[in-house]
Write a protein that binds this ligand. Sequence first.
Ligand code: FMN
Length: 407
Amino acid sequence: MRIVLGVGGGIAAYKAAELTRLLQQSGHQVQVVMTDAAREFIQPLTFAALTGRKVITSLFSHESSDATLSSAVEHIAVAQEHDLLVVAPATADLLAKLAIGRADDFLSTLYLAFTGTVVLAPAMNTAMWTHPATQANLETLSRRGCEIVDPDDGWLACGTVGAGRLADPARIAERINSLGKTRRDFEGETFLVTAGPTQEALDPVRYISNRSSGKMGYTIAETAAKRGAKVVLVSGPVNIPAPRNVELIPVKTAHEMRQAVMEQLTDATIIVKCAAVADYYVANVSPQKLKKTAARLSLELDPTPDILAEVGQKKADRILVGFAAETQNLLEESRRKLLSKNCDMLVGNLVNQEGAGFESDQNDVEIVTRSGRTVHAGPASKYEIAERILDEIAMLRLSIRGMDRIA
Ligand SMILES: Cc1cc2nc3c(=O)[nH]c(=O)nc-3n(C[C@H](O)[C@H](O)[C@H](O)COP(=O)(O)O)c2cc1C
């Protein structure tokens, strides 16, 4: 690949030199862009010597870094002629600039003009990293399709120990290499993905729901789209934006979710039921807002339709993947649900463990299949888990449909 390496102004800027070497050793061509602040930490000469190319340091430089560039407007030409942009270290300031779309230097202007894959490897002090502003910027960039290589925990230059140290350059290079291999192996498939919680009304202003954030389902939908599939996402109410290239059908209740799923079933070839659908709905919904009194209030709950079981009955040759959120006996419960709902694959996760399940950006899952295969994946980011689940679906598809259906 032709890679642009953007270097931000942080202590870890020196590690970008090692990353340059590793990328070159993997066979990539590297063009380095440095911000003004980056040059306070490391000289352009280091990168020029490593790459044999002039380092780009200014939006308004008068001589081009490369005489063969297609456009006289250098940031446009660099954007057009490279496959991947990696920013390492991505400082808090750079993340903020990229998230709001500022374009006041070469790197930020290039980011806006760039249509290829963007990888961000943040590095900063722990307080800066955990600050809600930084996390919100990352969330924005991640939802916009940027690949984030999370920082490591460890000793930081400011003398503290915590999260924020630039990921090991070997890990960044590995991630880039795996992205280069992104296959469009689901081209021709139509995914029907469900995500998020459902809300079951008690009265006109209150509802019963659960803690599902929708992140796992949204990440699966996004990953399937990146791997070439047409994707329909039926989602309960969540606070995250719809992924790109995905058709979103918003619903609120379990009954609405059932209806949307059944309507979309005909066209679907692969169904991933990741939503945390309420098991019960309130039978005696009050038409008026319930008043608080001193007396005990009882709700009558009726079971909601079992969408997974119904899809299992009607699935024909479609591939059906269910999810089980459990708090104990994960493997047993996952296998039981796999068979009882007629799924081809069941992804079980323990939702009561630290750093996994609902609301978390991480997950840790057991994948069980009808053929008896059991795979543990995680703890890892929901992006890595989504890739792994799709890899397993691809294997399953191979065994179910045979080679002739595989592109
Ligand atoms: C000694 C020193 C070390 C710094 N290290 C970091 C760092 O590791 N991460 C970070 O986000 N900012 C760090 N900063 C702050 C950035 O340099 C500053 O926010 C700068 O504007 C970032 O510029 P950029 O957007 O070109 O990266 C550091 C500043 C100093 C003076």
